[in-house]
Design a protein around this ligand. Structure first.
Ligand code: ZN
Length: 463
């Protein structure tokens, strides 16, 4: 069995081979905790959680780390705005993040490093970069500019390997706000000075705090190693964040690659428009969870391929909810079985092909229909396969009765879903399982569908 993943670094699908099959390492950039996260932050969490589950099927020991950025200018600004202690803010929003992630049924990563708990490692890395001629301390005449340590981009000849930007482009892009203390426009901050009322730590360059990019490089090195198997994140992080992580780690670790595979998920659009501050169309996970079960959000995210752009809309969420209704309806009343993942099955093969979750989900639907129509041992076998697939996708993990009793919006079933349920009811009637037939009838009724039985068959209408 070969796992193929699209590597952003080489821009092609490649066979994944870990450096050490006994310890597969994976890192995903986590949130900056100054606000509730939006659906664009939920996508990488769900996608790479699914990858983590796939890897765990293939390897006995997978170490997955996802950090918490709890020191950042955005957090400091929020703290000033609200006149609230910075720790109160980071505690509140990291807890909210964990709750959101739980609602999305993501597994807890093996390591959750916090930036503020790794300051000595960050200082060591800055020092290593200075010692190797890749970073410099600013020596500005302007006192307030002192105490910065910057990474010297021209000191790294192959800077730009991930984003495929060359130095000229990099310079042009950065020219907009060139600080006077920079030797080169593209140089970026590793360490910056803190004023007395800003959080800071003592360092050889005075009291200050780390730059965002540095945090990930230092935490990866400490928890996973100098070179890791997979580094993941949203597409928007490729430049400058991931490019700068590569620069720091590679130059501090004597040229060693930071990650062999770089994986990036695509953007999420809202009703066809890019999510942006100016449009004010951010959808917070927390808000969506007031209206939809977390599983609906997870289902929507996995229903499109992670590298494609995804469009979120109310219609999509409502339709995902109805689809989950019919999936739960198909397995309702069946005895739970032990999950068995079928390695030769179409679904697992699809997941091994660069995490093709849309195909895996269509298989989930096919198996749910099949299990409903099968009997005895055959039914048990399909049920086990279905449960195995559901486990790896992190879907259908609830008791169907619980699913159907949860609060819901007033939505209708699609025609296709109605047909599937009518078929299931017909099957139950043929098997003289009238209780189940009635249950399905009720389910349709709950979905706003009224059945009319006649000699010609069953007709239906919306109520
Ligand atoms: Zn990062």
């Amino acid at each position: 069995m070969e796992l193929k993943l699209y590597n952003s670094l080489t821009r092609q699908k490649q066979v994944f081979e870990p450096m050490d099959p006994q310890r597969v390492t994976m890192y995903a950039c986590g949130p900056t905790v100054y606000n509730y996260v939006h659906i664009g932050n939920a996508r990488p969490a769900v996608v790479f959680d699914t990858l983590y589950r796939v890897l765990k099927c293939l390897y006995s020991n997978v170490v997955y780390a996802r950090n918490i950025t709890d020191i950042d200018d955005k957090i400091i600004n929020k703290s000033n705005e609200l006149s609230q202690d910075i720790n109160v803010i980071t505690k509140k929003y990291s807890e909210a993040y964990f709750e959101d992630m739980q609602a999305l049924n993501t597994l807890t990563p093996d390591k959750i490093p916090y930036a503020t708990q790794h300051i000595p490692e960050m200082i060591d890395m800055v020092q290593a970069l200075i010692d190797r001629g890749h970073a410099y301390e600013t020596d500005s005449e302007n006192l307030s500019d002192r105490g910065h340590v910057l990474f010297s981009v021209p000191s790294m000849p192959n800077y730009g390997q991930l984003s495929k930007r060359n130095l000229d482009e990099q310079e042009a892009g950065a020219r907009v706000e060139v600080a006077g203390y920079k030797q080169y426009a593209g140089d970026f901050v590793l360490w910056k000075p803190s004023t007395d009322n800003e959080p800071g730590w003592d360092s050889p360059w005075g009291r200050g705090r780390p730059g965002w990019h540095l945090e990930c490089s230092a935490m990866i090195k400490k928890h996973l190693g100098e070179t890791i198997d997979i580094h993941a994140g949203g597409q928007d992080l490729i430049f400058p964040h991931h490019e700068n992580e590569i620069a720091q780690s590679c130059c501090a670790n004597d040229g060693k690659a930071l990650a062999n595979f770089w994986m990036h998920n695509g953007f999420i659009n809202i009703n066809g428009e890019k999510m942006s501050k100016s449009l004010g169309n951010f959808r917070l996970v927390n808000d969506l969870l007031q209206q939809y079960p977390g599983e609906v959000l997870r289902y929507v995210i996995l229903s499109s391929h992670y590298r494609s752009e995804q469009n979120f809309s109310k219609e999509l969420l409502d339709s995902a909810w109805r689809t989950l209704d019919s999936l739960y309806g198909l397995i309702r009343g069946l005895e739970p079985v032990e999950a068995v993942l079928e390695p030769s099955g179409a679904a697992f093969k699809a997941l091994l092909d660069d995490l093709n979750t849309p195909v895996a989900i269509s298989e989930l639907y096919r198996l749910a229909k099949a299990v409903n129509q099968a009997k005895g041992d055959e039914q048990q076998d399909i049920m086990r396969e279905l449960a195995g697939l559901a486990d790896i996708l992190g879907l259908l993990q609830q008791d169907p009765e619980q699913w159907f009793t949860q609060a819901r919006a007033d939505d209708q079933l699609t025609a296709e879903q109605v047909e599937v349920l009518i078929q299931a009811r017909q099957q139950a009637k043929q098997e003289k399982d009238f209780a189940k037939a009635d249950q399905v009838r009720q389910q349709l009724l709950d979905g706003g569908v009224i059945l009319e039985d006649s000699r010609e068959g069953t007709k239906w209408r919306r109520s």
